[in-house]
Design a protein. Structure first.
Length: 192
């Protein structure tokens, strides 16, 4: 159980850091117990309080991780290591702004795949978080695989192996509250 919590904490932290650092201006997620680890590693926990409130003051009321906050500048892998090969593409699908984000996961954390594929769906600048969403990746060799997307705050995520050479097609199918299905995709890495 402890190992599972550590794995989930790491995934949540990585999923939250990349979009925030990509200029999206959002905040990520933090699991209980990370505060002590961060203080031990020299992070200023006062950033977690103030305008967002003390994380532990409302911990009994927090039922999903999307309500937990963390500083935007934090990078769990290494605070001094710059991000390389960041992939973030926004595309209009049926009047919705869909952000496709892929990031390589840390070594030893590849239980879902070599990359986390994250998708955010917005309408009029507001993230839609009450959707049903599925993803599909077609690999360079022509083989495809589909996975349901897991909600992580304003983002939906699934792990895929995208580390082999060539272009992958990342697709999303989502159903909005009106019952309409929407479909679209991008290529990873980006088209040249």
């Amino acid at each position: 159980m402890k190992k599972t919590i550590i794995i989930i904490t790491s995934i949540l932290a990585m999923a939250a850091v990349q979009p925030a650092m990509a200029g999206e201006g959002g905040h990520g997620h933090m699991q209980h117990g990370d505060e002590q680890k961060m203080q031990e590693s020299g992070h200023d926990m006062s950033q977690m309080k103030g305008e967002h409130g003390d994380m532990h003051a409302n911990s009994d009321n927090m039922k999903d991780h999307s309500q937990m906050e963390m500083p935007m500048k934090m990078n769990m892998a290494s605070d001094s290591k710059p991000m390389k090969d960041m992939f973030l593409v926004k595309k209009d699908i049926d009047g919705y702004t869909v952000s496709f984000h892929a990031m390589q996961v840390a070594e030893g954390m590849q239980h879902g795949g070599s990359h986390n594929v994250m998708i955010k769906i917005e309408k009029d600048g507001k993230a839609l978080t009450k959707l049903t969403a599925n993803s599909k990746v077609t690999h360079p060799n022509g083989k495809s695989e589909s996975k349901m997307l897991m909600k992580m705050g304003d983002w939906y995520m699934a792990g895929y192996d995208l580390d082999h050479t060539g272009q992958h097609q990342i697709m999303v199918l989502f159903k909005t509250a009106d019952g309409v299905k929407h479909f679209g995709g991008v290529h990873f890495p980006k088209d040249k």
